[in-house]
Design a protein around this ligand. Structure first.
Ligand SMILES: Cc1cc2nc3c(=O)[nH]c(=O)nc-3n(C[C@H](O)[C@H](O)[C@H](O)COP(=O)(O)OP(=O)(O)OC[C@H]3O[C@@H](n4cnc5c(N)ncnc54)[C@H](O)[C@@H]3O)c2cc1C
Length: 463
């Protein structure tokens, strides 16, 4: 039987999280030097680096449920060097600026791995890189273009693999080629959050859980239990941002769904060749992502109901329950990649919500006049990016001009999403177009991207 919802597989099977009561909520008005709204990677990394650099700073984190309740406790566990918007930043600020951003992302993978080790955070981290696979001629054309683009952004250690070499790494049915980068690691997402929250507390960060912030304004974060006043107020709420007053059309809350198999026996792993800890993705328009978990399951995510009318996915009550049709679609996807897994038990299914800006570009910003800051809009690439955001917010709050504050994603402003029903229609049309484009590419075997997908990307501002 599949456990559907329950936050995530990572939460449900975590050794301590489900039985641990939330940290004490805020009970009265308070003051701080920095108040951070949101206890995911972005909020916690920011708190961590602020306290590391300025131990006397009073840093308070306010989390509506518990640390890791959001995407940080539900994701696919790809710690990798991708950042949403790099190519647009290259167009806006020049290749060299985007190259610096890419290098910073490469370094970020190492930073997270090293910091986790230094803080004694055991997040099942295994540095096996990322394998992106093509399974149709059109995907192969996109893969080669993607590979060339990554090389042009300084990834000289990335390798292009033919069908045989791909299947020697992971035996994926129908693989015609792949691109592998060493800049990635498999992680247990929730273990990283819980370890990070504990590291923050060791440094003296105050974390209040079960404390929803109802309003953010210059100098204050308002909750039902009191207001925290601070010169700096940082919004680190990503996919939940649309639920905050005045933010409904900022970042679109996009769902992503996952399933996980029961632990697979050694004999299956031998036939799959999947031994090096690489995370796995593909070049479909409605792309998938997967990892081999530390306890020998496959966790795979992707297609689902992308968006709920009126940005409803941003609502606080989100147990991760997933449409049965999505569970079936992901199970079919799993067996299309690995036919030997037909009939394998799917133990958990869940969903989470991520933030998508209108131009699909991640940002980090501090408005000096108001002291308000925020970071997010990572689309599906926030595990590593949130760490870079945390270090950058630290520098911005401390008023330091550094290599990080000079990166092109700092201070980027983006227009808001359209009002409903255009928002709903646009996103559903986009994903319908992607599904149809994937279907056409798989059946026609043409080596070019279906114009439908190109058009959809242009209309939605994705590329
Ligand atoms: C299913 C799924 C798979 C993904 N896979 C990957 C992957 O493999 N690799 C990758 O790089 N990225 C992935 N992502 C994206 C990545 O997980 C996110 O970008 C990242 O976790 C964002 O971290 P965050 O701290 O900014 O946001 P979150 O983790 O969402 O944290 C925000 C926190 O703010 C709290 N909050 C919100 N509103 C309020 C409020 N009003 N008051 C108080 N607290 C509030 C929430 O409860 C939440 O805990 C995935 C996302 C999903 C959903």
């Amino acid at each position: 039987m599949t456990i559907n919802g329950g936050i995530s597989f990572w939460y449900a099977t975590h050794p301590t999280a489900p039985a641990t009561p939330p940290r004490a909520p805020l009970t009265a008005h308070a003051t701080a030097d920095v108040v951070i709204v949101g206890g995911g990677y972005t909020g916690l990394w920011t708190a961590y680096y602020l306290k590391k650099s300025a131990p006397d700073l009073r840093v308070t984190v306010l989390e509506q449920k518990f640390c890791g309740y959001g995407a940080s406790g539900r994701n696919g566990g790809w710690l990798y060097n991708g950042i949403a918007g790099r190519d647009r930043y290259a167009a806006l600020h020049g290749h060299e600026a985007a190259l610096r951003l890419q290098r910073a992302m490469n370094d970020t993978v190492t930073e997270v791995v090293d910091t986790a080790a230094a803080e004694g955070i055991d997040a099942d981290i295994r540095r096996g890189g990322v394998l992106e696979v093509a399974r149709t001629p059109a995907q192969l054309t996109r893969l080669k273009a993607f590979h060339a683009a990554e090389l042009s952004f300084g990834e000289s250690d990335r390798v292009l693999l033919d069908a045989t070499a791909t299947r020697a790494r992971i035996d994926i049915a129908g693989a015609v080629g792949s691109s592998w980068t060493p800049h990635g690691a498999r992680i247990h997402p929730l273990k990283l959050v819980t370890g990070l929250a504990a590291a923050c507390e060791r440094l003296g960060v105050v974390i209040h859980e079960s404390t929803p912030v109802t309003q953010i304004g210059p100098g204050r974060a308002v909750t039902p239990y009191g207001t925290v006043r601070a010169p700096h107020v940082l919004r680190c709420t990503e996919g939940f941002t649309a639920a905050l007053k005045g933010q409904k059309r900022s970042w679109l809350p996009m769902n992503s769904s996952m399933i996980v198999t029961a632990p697979l026996p050694a004999s299956v792993w031998e036939t799959l060749n999947w031994s090096d800890g690489a995370t796995l993705g593909d070049m479909a328009h409605a792309y998938m992502y997967a990892q081999r978990t530390a306890d020998d399951r496959i966790a795979i995510g992707g297609r689902g109901v992308p968006y709920r009318f009126g940005s409803r996915a941003a609502a606080a009550e989100n147990t991760g329950r997933t449409e049965p049709a999505t569970v079936t679609a992901l199970t079919d996807l799993l067996t299309s990649f690995f036919p030997a897994l037909a009939g394998t038990e799917i133990t958990h299914a869940w969903s989470g919500v991520l933030g998508v800006p209108r131009d699909w570009c991640a940002t980090v910003t501090l408005d000096r006049a108001t002291g308000l800051g925020w970071a997010g809009g990572y689309v599906g690439s926030g595990v590593a990016t949130a760490n870079l955001a945390g270090r950058t917010l630290r520098d911005l709050v401390l008023g330091e001009t550094t290599d990080l504050t000079a990166l092109p994603w700092v201070g980027h402003r983006v227009r808001r999403w359209e009002p409903e029903p255009f928002r709903w229609l646009g996103v559903h049309a986009l994903y319908a177009a992607y599904r149809e484009a994937d279907r056409r590419e798989a059946t026609t075997h043409r080596p070019t991207t279906t114009p439908l997908a190109t058009l959809a990307n242009r209309i939605t501002g994705r590329h």
